[in-house]
Design a protein around this ligand. Structure first.
Ligand code: ADP
Length: 242
């Protein structure tokens, strides 16, 4: 799925938090939305998922306007928010089935897709455990599995590794990259951590509501005359990751 953001602007009250943000996401690619805390990443996600109403600019999903045909466009999006949105007292499988029902899947189809995702996320053995018993890394996997149940073509993840240890973070990041390659999913992964971004990724650097760079990581470094993405990020935003 191709996503186009055209001159997105957004204010909370009188404070502008997104300024003239335009970009295109290419189908089947992993994109990193990199920005320090407060850059406007969650606000952008809010607009892309319609939690927030567009104020200025347009968003298109495969050419369909999110403003004019919201239901059609939203059907193709899966979302993992920063905050855990699972029911802790339900089992892993119950969480998946509940989400599938919300999307109008039959029980049979939901079960089939749920089993497939659990398998891919190596969660099959935990299917009947209450989510409360899972560690943070596994909970996040359940959330991603759930977000994929209705077979979206765009997966949005807003700082999905917050609260995870270094190994779980790397694991989750690698897993989503695999899905992207396997399924041809378009992924937008928001983070403030440079270690989750590779120079071969499509990288969008957001700072104080403005998109400062947009392109392949290597190309951005070259354009900025910097030896690494960390240096580029520091040069553009002043944020230090060392
Ligand atoms: P990020 O996800 O990159 O950390 P956010 O989109 O959460 O950035 O925040 C962007 C800016 O908007 C910040 O300055 C933040 O304080 C402000 N902001 C976020 N949510 C609200 C809100 N509900 N009301 C007012 N200001 C907000």
């Amino acid at each position: 799925m191709t996503i186009e953001a055209r001159q997105i602007g957004f204010r909370y009250g009188h404070t502008p938090v997104l300024k003239d943000v335009s970009f295109t996401l290419a189908p089947g690619q992993f994109h990193a939305l990199l920005g320090p805390n407060g850059a406007g990443k969650s606000t952008l996600f809010g607009l892309m998922t319609r939690l927030l109403a567009l104020q200025s600019g347009e968003l298109f999903m495969d050419g369909q306007s999110l403003r004019k045909q919201p239901a059609d466009a939203m059907r193709h999006i899966g979302v993992v928010f920063q905050q855990n949105a699972l029911d802790m007292d339900l089992t892993v499988r119950q969480n998946l089935m509940y989400h599938a029902a919300l999307h109008g899947l039959s029980r049979r189809e939901a079960r089939k897709r749920g089993d497939r995702e659990l398998e891919r996320f190596t969660l099959t053995e935990r299917a009947n455990d209450p989510v409360r018993q899972l560690n943070g890394g596994h909970r996040r996997r359940v959330e991603i599995a759930r977000a994929l149940l209705h077979e979206p073509s765009l997966l949005l993840l807003d700082e999905p590794t917050v609260g995870l240890d270094v190994a779980s973070r790397a694991n989750l990041n690698a897993h989503v990259r695999d899905l992207c390659a396997q399924d041809g999913l378009t992924v937008l992964w928001a983070t403030h951590l440079i270690e989750e971004v590779r120079p071969s990724d499509r990288v969008l650097i957001l700072h104080q509501g403005a998109l400062l760079a947009n392109g392949e990581g290597h190309a951005i470094c070259e354009a900025e005359g910097q030896p690494s993405l960390a240096d580029t990020f520091h040069a553009l935003t002043g944020a230090d990751q060392s």
